[in-house]
Design a protein around this ligand. Structure first.
Ligand SMILES: [Cu+2]
Length: 110
């Protein structure tokens, strides 16, 4: 292994580009065609996710662990939920249990 000479450019690149941005300023999940888009959304703790039902059918955003539940969202309905603790929050649609999504919440600064 030739070691440091190869690692140095990578370390410099990491310094120049800084930490990866986990998500846009206003994280959003769009519901369309019986699916959550994106299916997995990564945010930072403290951010609020906006769920928009852009489908022609009613859906819910229901945590598998029961920690949140949008209840029924009709076409055009918008629902917000703030995620304060890091973790992976899996959810599904109570009306169409095959619909699944996840919010990955990173610690601030991680
Ligand atoms: Cu649904």
């Amino acid at each position: 292994m030739s070691g440091m000479k190869q690692l140095l450019p990578l370390a410099l690149a990491a310094l120049l580009t800084g930490p990866a941005v986990a998500s846009p300023a206003a994280p959003e999940v769009n519901i369309k065609d019986d699916a959550y888009n994106p299916k997995t959304l990564t945010i930072v703790a403290g951010q609020t996710v906006t769920f928009v039902n852009a489908d022609d059918d009613a859906h819910t955003v229901t945590a598998i662990d029961g920690s949140f539940d949008s209840r029924g969202l009709d076409t055009g309905d918008v629902w917000h939920h703030a995620f304060t603790k890091p973790g992976t929050y899996r959810y599904f649609c109570e009306l169409h249990p095959f619909m699944k999504g996840a919010i990955v919440v990173k610690a601030v600064g991680s």
